[in-house]
Design a protein around this ligand. Structure first.
Ligand code: SF4
Length: 409
């Protein structure tokens, strides 16, 4: 069957605006494997400074030759997803539409507003394909090695922008699903999507994908965009051995937790020798009270020590920092500012990526904000997690103060 997937994301500034959407790529690859003809309409390609070119979108819907559409919905894209669906109904009144992704998985009731024919919760490869085929879904948590590689051709021309100091051609990869931690600004959304057990692709499966990427598109660098790659030392040992053997000259970044770096500095030295050049670390706050409130299970000192360890090894730090958190006092914001200054002293090339706390549906802290009537989010786009002090996210936060505080670093 001919089907078209829709990415209702607009091309916001920022790196990830240029990155492939792995969920969409994986669903497309799986359905193609089962004999379906799957295309993509990517709203990011139809956005410019004047906004979204909806005429072009409607023409592409009409030209798609599909009667079945699958819309992947993030909370931040919800309003665009709704409009995408309304316009499909206008152009093709008989079309069938499925919605899936993180928002429908954590907010199925709210997702009824999208007026789709089916709401898919959790991982969508088998569910979407079963829906296309009009059969009952044979649901089992997928063994990631049994899934085909994400279809990157859908996103052609493929130009993923490199993170940090990496060289092009650059690609993002995902090698596992799930996270064992329980940070309140994130969980249990992730567990609702992927279940509570973390699943990793085998190192062999990952290496072959990387080698094929090198062959097909060129590969000078990549980002392991997983939530908790650094949590599995045995896996990492195996990864390092294979990486050194098959792709010794390719550099990469990964996400890592500060406590993992502090606990296993020798593992990060071995990763450096295998090409690791940067780590994205969710440091969040310089206040221990706030880290505990977020159930981050790290210490402020871990954030500092992790930066010192990485800096000595030669790995850049990319610090994700958050301010404007419920219960946070101004002095606690300044503790985060002090920590950020320390990080820059240790590693002058460290990148500080600030966010103003945004209550994300599906997380415990979102529920807390709802129960305490704190949320100021009005339209879905406000779920973006950039630092936007002129776009207040919760009540009781002095955003002018946040802007001043962050400018002190
Ligand atoms: S914020 Fe990161 S470490 Fe915490 S639960 Fe989410 S994915 Fe896991």
């Amino acid at each position: 069957m001919k089907a078209t997937l829709i990415n209702p994301a607009v091309a916001w500034d920022g790196l990830d605006g240029s990155w492939i959407r792995h969920g969409i790529g994986s669903i497309a690859a799986y359905a193609k494997d089962k004999g379906h003809d799957v295309g993509l309409i990517d709203l990011r390609r139809m956005t410019n400074h004047k906004g979204i070119d909806w005429d072009r979108y409607e023409k592409e819907i009409s030209r798609s030759g599909s009667q079945a559409f699958g819309v992947s919905v993030l909370s931040a894209n919800f309003d665009y997803a709704k409009e995408c669906i309304e316009r499909i109904r206008k152009v093709k009144p008989d079309a069938k539409i499925a919605v899936g992704g993180i928002h429908p998985s954590v907010e199925p009731e709210h997702s009824k507003e999208l007026k789709a024919d089916i709401i898919i919760q959790g991982e969508g490869e088998e569910a979407f394909t079963a829906w296309l085929e009009g059969r009952e879904e044979v649901y089992k948590v997928p063994n990631l090695d049994e899934l085909p590689y994400a279809d990157r051709e859908l996103f052609a021309p493929l130009r993923e922008q490199p993170i940090g100091f990496l060289k092009t051609p650059f690609h993002t990869i995902i090698i596992g699903r799930g996270c064992p931690h329980r940070c309140t600004f994130c969980q249990p959304a992730e567990k609702k999507l992927f279940g509570s057990k973390v699943r990793m692709r085998s190192v062999e499966n990952v290496m072959v994908e990387l080698m094929q990427l090198k062959d097909r598109y060129g590969l000078n660098s990549f980002l392991i965009h997983d939530d908790c790659f650094s949590a599995f030392p045995k896996y990492i040992d195996e990864f390092i051995e294979a990486k050194n053997k098959y792709l010794p000259d390719v550099e990469f970044y990964c996400q890592a937790r500060a406590d993992h770096i502090v606990k296993r500095p020798e593992m990060f030295k071995a990763l450096y020798d295998a090409g690791l050049r940067g780590c994205l670390i969710g440091m969040e706050s310089g206040s221990q009270k706030i880290l505990d409130f977020l159930k981050k299970q790290t210490k402020v000192e871990d954030n500092i020590e992790a930066t010192e360890i990485l800096s000595k090894i030669g790995v850049s730090t990319w610090a994700n920092l958050m301010v404007g958190i419920p219960t946070e006092t101004k002095l606690e914001v300044l503790e985060t500012v002090d920590m950020a200054k320390r990080i820059k002293e240790i590693d002058p090339k460290a990148i500080l990526s600030w966010a103003s706390y945004t209550p994300h549906p599906g997380s415990d802290l979102y529920t807390y904000c709802e129960e305490n009537d704190l949320s100021l989010v009005k339209k879905s786009e406000d779920y973006r997690r950039y630092f936007e002090p002129d776009n207040p996210k919760i009540k009781g936060v002095d955003y002018g103060f946040l802007a001043w505080a962050v400018s002190q670093v």
